[in-house]
Design a protein around this ligand. Structure first.
Ligand SMILES: C[S@@+](CC[C@H](N)C(=O)[O-])C[C@H]1O[C@@H](n2cnc3c(N)ncnc32)[C@H](O)[C@@H]1O
Length: 233
């Protein structure tokens, strides 16, 4: 990932979550910690959570290299209760993570409920998902792009009725090595998100179409939702 993209994404997070130095923030599905580390560099006490110990090890290595303190937790986002009943954070976010990729919609609800349980009153949460309206209008069954030195090819199938996108991706290295995997993601319409968040005890505060704060609309592939823990008032 281009470091300039990471910085722009963190600019978005700081503004959307209203972060100030010292705030305790959870980076859910942090991967190699690129957002956690950029937030730490800005004085925000970000904690990275991921289920993959190899990625967390890479995050630790990068933190040491940058001379930054890092705090990393190995956990499954669908079992956030393991962080303890009294763990509370000012804010949390999940970018390019597993939201929408499991079972039926009850998994997404369970994940959001787990997040709500970790936020202070009024605490904010940012997450992204794929816009169903965009995908139905622009669906292309094939994709091909260069990612660094590798060539990626994607074969896609759309379940229009149920709102699922299925992909088979093949990545090829210049020496001929290749890797193939399958994935699926549930697609969301902008109007689906408010009711889903309310059921989880969160309220939708804003919906954006990209990290530059352009409003979400039919031309947004990705939806960036900003929610707050709802206190019932
Ligand atoms: C595409 S990476 C994104 C990483 C990071 N957010 C970023 O933008 O660089 C997706 C991450 O989600 C993590 N992940 C997927 N399912 C998870 C789960 N159920 N619990 C915790 N982490 C999960 C993977 O291990 C991986 O690090």
């Amino acid at each position: 990932m281009d470091p300039a993209d990471t910085r722009a994404q963190v600019d978005f997070l700081v503004q959307a979550l209203g972060l100030r130095p010292g705030d305790r923030v959870l980076d859910l599905a942090c991967g190699d910690g690129r957002h956690t580390l950029e937030l730490r560099r800005r004085g925000i006490a970000a904690v990275g959570v991921d289920r993959d110990p190899r990625l967390l090890e890479e995050a630790r290595r990068r933190a040491a290299e940058l001379g930054l303190e890092g705090l990393w937790l190995e956990a499954d986002l669908y079992r956030l209760g393991v962080l303890g009943p009294s763990a509370r954070f000012t804010a949390a976010f999940q970018l390019f993570g597993p939201f929408g990729k499991q079972g039926d919609a009850s998994w997404d609800l369970a994940l959001l409920q787990g997040v709500a349980g970790l936020l202070e009153e009024g605490g904010r949460y940012v997450f992204d998902c794929v816009n169903r309206d965009w995908m139905l209008a622009h669906f292309d069954p094939w994709g091909r792009w260069q990612a660094g030195e590798t060539l990626c090819q994607e074969e896609r199938r759309l379940d229009r009725r149920r709102g699922w996108l299925f992909t088979r991706t093949r990545r090829v290295w210049p020496d001929g090595r290749c890797e193939e995997w399958e994935d699926r993601v549930r697609l969301y319409r902008p109007e689906d998100l408010g009711p889903l968040l309310r059921r989880a005890g969160l309220s939708l505060q804003g919906l954006w179409g990209d990290f530059d704060f352009r409003p979400a609309g039919p031309s947004s592939l990705r939806l960036l939702a900003v929610a707050a823990r709802w206190t019932g008032g």
